[in-house]
Ligand binder design. Structure first.
Ligand SMILES: NC(=O)C1=CN([C@@H]2O[C@H](COP(=O)(O)OP(=O)(O)OC[C@H]3O[C@@H](n4cnc5c(N)ncnc54)[C@H](O)[C@@H]3O)[C@@H](O)[C@H]2O)C=CC1
Ligand SMILES: O=C(O)CCC(=O)C(=O)O
Length: 399
């Protein structure tokens, strides 16, 4: 029978994670480090895990941020491993950088700064050269101009609010908007029927969608053609959402005045009409702390209690502990799984105290609390059921 002793969980960090989050891992129960072998869980920010050999010991992955396109989520589905993220935890940081991008581009600040940097002479000369040269950097103001927002989730919504407060008109496009996001969206945001509808009406366009198969090259040649002349395009989502060749053509044709992107790329480097930042969207103390704390709490609850909150591939499920013996079963979302799990438990004479089962897409998850210890043979029998991906026994450790 498995012992009811404190297990030491091993956590591997693949990026720098805020210490405010890491300190939630108590040193008596957790070993945390960037060199941890046989990890129970991995914490990651932008490190590319797509080609990584993820050890079989891994039971959970925590992405201290929003986008999970750097994590092999489908491969983790096959293992029944939840991939957690931190929805909304860095949204304000991104919103602020988008506002900076809007202002930098609308006032031609990058070429203006370069111009001033190159000036030489005494104060009188600098003053004369500045006054003579400044007309080439005259910009536009934001009030009454339209910002088109593609993707109205955590970030898009905050950008909409901020733009409205700056006196802009806002148009939004998001065919998959969640009920929560829709409730939180200002009624002043005009709904675009299509991306083309949004582009026809917007002087500024900002992208806030995840990188998925369906959003790769969302901004392509055809989309660029639909833009108004001199559109300022902002991309703080992911580089893959934009076809860079289409952007370069759009700049040539006068469709795009500036492309402001958080993702440097070889093709766009040193282009006078491209402003790039080094993926700085979430790099504030507050966002780093929020993300680390949120995702660490979720990973701890999963490892210790089997609770799932904010996994991108599993349903949310938490269950109060009403008895000390708990099984957590990840399985494929196919018929009769719960029946087979309960039959195996009944065969061992186990009395089920509470049971919770939820599914999402192809994944399902079952938490079962029983009144007495679960024998290893029963765990093995459940693990052998076709469709079961993993079984974890999570007894409350003896004091
Ligand atoms: N530059 C940076 O440092 C950061 C970048 N991001 C990127 O921003 C993305 C969005 O972040 P959040 O707003 O927090 O995510 P979110 O999940 O709250 O919102 C994404 C929204 O995009 C919508 N969407 C999906 N496909 C769409 C489509 N084809 N057209 C229009 N809307 C579509 C969804 O319905 C959802 O409402 C992340 O996935 C990540 O790639 C996020 C945080 C920091
Ligand atoms: O952790 C970071 O700095 C990247 C943030 C990001 O891109 C995200 O949360 O999707």
């Amino acid at each position: 029978m498995p012992e009811r002793a404190h297990k030491i969980f091993r956590i591997l960090t693949l990026n720098q994670i805020s210490p405010l989050g890491l300190k939630l891992f108590s040193s008596s129960h957790y070993k945390v480090g960037s060199d941890t072998t046989e990890p129970d869980a991995i914490l990651v920010r932008s490190h590319n895990m797509l080609d990584m050999d993820i050890p079989p010991s891994v039971k959970a992955i925590g992405r201290a941020g929003a986008g999970t396109n750097n994590v092999p989520v489908s491969a983790m589905n096959l293992r029944g491993v939840p991939v957690f993220n931190a929805p909304g935890a860095n949204a304000n940081a991104v919103k602020e950088l988008v506002l900076a991008g809007l202002l930098i581009a609308s006032r031609n600040l990058i070429p203006a700064i370069h111009f001033t940097e190159k000036l030489e002479g005494d104060n009188e000369t600098l003053n004369r050269l500045s006054e003579n040269g400044k007309k080439q950097f005259a910009g536009i103001e934001l009030p009454r101009r339209t910002l088109g927002i593609i993707g109205l989730g955590a970030i898009g919504r905050l950008v909409a609010d901020a733009a409205l407060r700056l006196g802009m008109k806002v148009m939004g496009y998001d065919p998959n908007i969640t009920v929560d996001a829709a409730w939180n969206l200002s009624s002043e945001v005009k709904r675009a029927e299509s991306i083309e509808d949004l582009l026809r009406n917007s002087e500024f366009v900002t992208l806030h969608v995840p990188l998925l198969d369906s959003t790769r090259h969302l901004v392509n040649r055809q989309v660029v053609q639909s833009m108004r002349n001199s559109t300022i395009l902002l991309n703080f989502s992911r580089d893959g959402i934009v076809d860079e060749n289409a952007v370069l053509e759009g700049i040539e044709m006068g469709k795009i005045k500036y492309y402001v992107s958080d993702f440097p790329s070889e093709k766009l480097q040193h282009h006078a009409r491209v402003i790039t930042l080094p993926h700085l969207g979430a790099s504030t103390q507050e966002a780093e702390e929020n993300c680390a704390v949120m995702v660490t709490k979720q990973v701890i609850d999963y490892l210790e209690n089997g609770g799932i909150t904010n996994a991108v591939n599993f349903p949310n499920i938490t269950m109060e502990r009403e008895s000390p013996y708990r099984l957590a079963v990840a399985n494929a979302n196919v018929p009769n799984m719960v029946g087979q799990i309960s039959t195996a438990m009944a065969k061992a004479g186990l009395n089920i105290h509470t049971m919770g089962n939820k599914s999402r897409g192809e994944m399902a998850y079952t938490l079962v609390d029983v009144d007495s210890p679960v024998p290893q043979e029963t765990i093995d029998e459940i693990a052998a059921i076709k469709g079961v991906l993993n079984v974890r026994y999570l007894p409350v450790p003896a004091k």
